[in-house]
Design a protein around this ligand. Structure first.
Ligand SMILES: Nc1ncnc2c1ncn2[C@@H]1O[C@H](COP(=O)(O)OP(=O)(O)OP(=O)(O)O)[C@@H](O)[C@H]1O
Ligand SMILES: Nc1ccn([C@H]2C[C@H](O)[C@@H](COP(=O)(O)O)O2)c(=O)n1
Length: 241
């Protein structure tokens, strides 16, 4: 076989580590830190559902109009970049919506469009395309159960609703948003119920997932547990320094 043919036919295995869990459990924070330690890419799948909710608002599409949302999802014009500090910049149709999609209203809309099977299907290949060398850390609700069912390591990250609401409360105040702790607890519980009880791709630990409860664990302690598990996972360990 010539070098050129060999180069073209060689399939490069790209490892995947998934982090699923409820809202505010720390998936995004942990995914970014673990990815930085491993030199892997990150998929923030929740951002795609949030972007779809924002696009629906822009185009006056009702949050339960499944056929129209399917079309919007298939043609979602989004870009993920980062600023000089490495913070994510998310563009929708050429406009920076990084802050807009982080509100509780945007989270609620994301959770509502996410119950629709045709929407989930339209976003599936887009999510899988994030699997690029040298590896991917994917965070969401169904990363280990549906999008990357053969992931090399699956983590299910959780924490009490109260701890998650308090984290979200601090996060929102830091970003300059108004917030009420009581309303956040109610919102988190409602979102948990919707995400866990929907008929398609419900939030649940994937089979064989490492379940981590971070209620009483700091961020770095969680990161270290995930890194230790990655080093102990036979297929994944081969790709780590
Ligand atoms: N183990 C932890 N201890 C204390 N605070 C944490 C911990 N993990 C994450 N946080 C903080 O909690 C907040 C929410 O975290 P993050 O946004 O990563 O959660 P998430 O699960 O991705 O949420 P969502 O699903 O709603 O996007 C952030 O301010 C983050 O710094
Ligand atoms: N893989 C995913 C990711 C997200 N969603 C839905 C459900 C969430 O409530 C909402 C927002 O996600 P977040 O940004 O808070 O992680 O999007 C989903 O169904 N599947």
């Amino acid at each position: 076989m010539s070098d050129e043919i060999e180069r073209r036919t060689a399939t490069i295995y790209v490892p995947v580590l998934t982090i699923d869990g409820p809202s505010g459990s720390g998936k995004g924070t942990i995914a970014h830190r673990v990815a930085a330690r491993l030199g892997f890419h990150v998929l923030d799948s929740g951002a795609l559902y949030r972007l779809l909710g924002a696009a629906a608002k822009r185009h006056a599409v009702s949050i339960d109009n499944e056929p129209a949302l399917e079309v919007l999802a298939a043609h979602l014009d989004v870009q993920f970049t980062a600023d000089a500090n490495g913070d994510a910049i998310i563009m929708l149709e050429g406009e920076d919506v990084s802050l807009e999609i982080r509100t509780e209203e945007a989270g609620r809309a994301a959770s509502q469009v996410a119950v629709l099977p045709r929407v989930r299907n339209a976003l599936l290949a887009r999510q899988q395309a994030f699997r690029e060398s040298p590896g991917l850390v994917a965070d969401g609700r169904d990363m280990g159960t549906v999008v990357f069912p053969h992931a090399d390591l699956k983590v299910f990250l959780t924490a009490s609703a109260e701890a998650r609401a308090e984290r979200r409360y601090k996060q929102l105040l830091e970003k300059g948003f108004d917030a009420s702790l009581a309303a956040l607890i109610d919102d988190i519980r409602a979102r948990d119920t919707r995400d866990m009880e929907r008929s398609i791709a419900p939030l649940k630990p994937a089979e064989g997932a490492l379940v981590l409860d971070s209620t009483d664990l700091g961020i770095e302690a969680v990161v270290q547990r995930v890194i230790d598990a990655a080093r102990a996972a036979p297929e994944l360990a081969k790709f780590l320094n």
